[in-house]
Design a protein around this ligand. Structure first.
Ligand SMILES: Cc1cc2nc3c(=O)[nH]c(=O)nc-3n(C[C@H](O)[C@H](O)[C@H](O)COP(=O)(O)OP(=O)(O)OC[C@H]3O[C@@H](n4cnc5c(N)ncnc54)[C@H](O)[C@@H]3O)c2cc1C
Length: 396
């Protein structure tokens, strides 16, 4: 079906996906009458606090060998959508819009200004310039009438009730649950190391295939940092099913196995130094003291006097240090919901509902979520752009 260029489009939710969709739709189809409804008093409130106020706007994806690593849920859809608007398109788009970007060593991309408000101001400015109507303080309780198309971009909702306005459409909902959270570990000795960061760790959820790599941050409540947040994302459903009680195994030695660690520590084992006086340089003395104590080894023992069993206990502690998780914590810097409107409701890449082809969905409202590192905003930009393209395509 083809529509007149003066088509009326309602976008519900002035977040990353909704505002990006609105701006791009007006660029593609200037005659379109686009209204964005936002329940709060200002648009893009979440974007303003992303990346600790710096906005991790996207990622180069250079360290991602398979999209499932970045998007535990929804990677197949993202793979197809990236062919239409991927990370490189995103970076070009923002640079062209007057937001120069920088790529960090960890491949996360930020505005050069390190200011999320620049992203907010740019999108809001572009919406105003192009004539997008923004209605704030307007919570949508039922799909608005009088529009040719509706785009639902209401973001993640930790409860099903947040999606109740979609009930008349009888869409399937994947149970919403948190993703990207730190883990509570009741261990005073660990807590004493608060602030310690260990680069290049490997962490696994015992009894499952879920595992993740990256730095670990030891906190006053347990553990956080990219490796833990990634694990929480990959294992979000499993951890919820276990009521966030689980056992994790931490490899503090870059994922090396026991044999490799023994080989790496060989010069130490050959030395007559005290265990407490010589340790791998990436571990702090206090952390090392805790690990050797956990292995039941006195720091007064000499490296070359350790018997086989003691050496095994040490390498085992470095490669499979076990902790009991007693709950989850929301991370200050990033928090997303996994679950939401099931992708089976969609007509593939069109991102419209099978039951209502005039209703499109984009962003975190869908059962798509990424790990930490700019992947969630990238999903919002991609889906917002593709919906704009699909709607514009219907007018030609
Ligand atoms: C603290 C924090 C930091 C983050 N940092 C990063 C980061 O650095 N990089 C990254 O990639 N991701 C980050 N994320 C995740 C990222 O912000 C989200 O994935 C992204 O904003 C999702 O975009 P969205 O448009 O789908 O939803 P949102 O940005 O959440 O927007 C949804 C909008 O819809 C509105 N709305 C909801 N219901 C209704 C209704 N019924 N009627 C009208 N309006 C409604 C909401 O008020 C909201 O404004 C962070 C998240 C948090 C919480």
């Amino acid at each position: 079906m083809f529509y007149l260029c003066s088509m009326k489009v309602a976008i519900i939710g002035a977040g990353a996906a909704g505002c990006f969709c609105a701006v791009n739709l007006k660029r593609m189809l200037p005659e379109a009458d686009v209204t964005v409804f936002e329940r709060s008093s200002r648009p893009l409130a979440k974007v303003a606090i992303t990346g600790g106020g710096r906005c991790n706007i996207t990622n180069t994806f250079r360290t991602i060998t398979h999209l499932q690593q970045a998007y535990p849920r929804g990677w197949r859809l993202m793979e197809r959508l990236f062919r239409r608007f991927g990370p490189e398109d995103t970076m070009r788009w923002w640079e062209t819009a007057g937001v120069p970007l920088v790529v960090q060593d960890d491949e996360c991309v930020f505005p050069r200004s390190q200011d999320a408000m620049q992203v907010v101001r740019t999108l809001v400015g572009l919406m105003q310039e192009s004539g997008v109507r923004l209605v704030t303080g307007c919570r949508i309780e039922a799909l608005p009438e009088g529009f040719d198309f509706t785009v639902v971009t209401t973001g993640g909702s930790p409860r099903r009730s947040g999606l109740s306005f979609l009930s008349p459409l009888q869409v399937d909902i994947a149970e919403p649950m948190p993703s990207l959270f730190a883990l509570n570990i009741d261990d005073p000795e660990l807590h004493a190391l608060t602030g310690t960061v260990v680069e290049d760790c490997h962490v696994a959820l015992s009894g499952t295939k879920f595992q993740a790599d990256g730095p670990i941050l030891i906190t006053h409540f347990g553990m956080s940092g990219p490796a833990i947040l990634r694990l929480s994302s990959y294992a979000a459903c499993q951890l919820a099913a276990q009521d966030y009680r689980a056992e994790i195994r931490v490899n503090w030695m870059r994922g090396l196995n026991e044999e490799q660690v023994r080989a790496e520590l060989q010069p130490y084992f050959a030395s007559g130094k005290l265990l407490g006086k010589q340790h791998p340089p990436h571990l702090t003395s206090r952390h090392w003291a805790m690990l050797t104590q956990r292995a039941g080894l006195p720091d007064t023992i000499r490296w070359d006097k350790m018997n086989r069993r003691e050496a095994n206990r040490l390498t085992n502690m470095l490669t499979a240090d076990t902790y009991h998780v007693s709950g989850r914590r929301t991370h200050k810097a990033e928090f997303v919901t996994c679950g939401g409107v099931a992708l089976s409701n969609l007509q593939g890449q069109s991102l419209s509902l099978k039951s209502r082809p005039d209703v499109f969905l984009a962003g975190e409202v869908l059962d798509v979520d990424g790990i930490t590192g700019g992947f969630n905003l990238q999903a919002a930009w991609t889906m917002g752009y593709v919906v704009a393209q699909n709607i514009a395509g219907l007018a030609r």
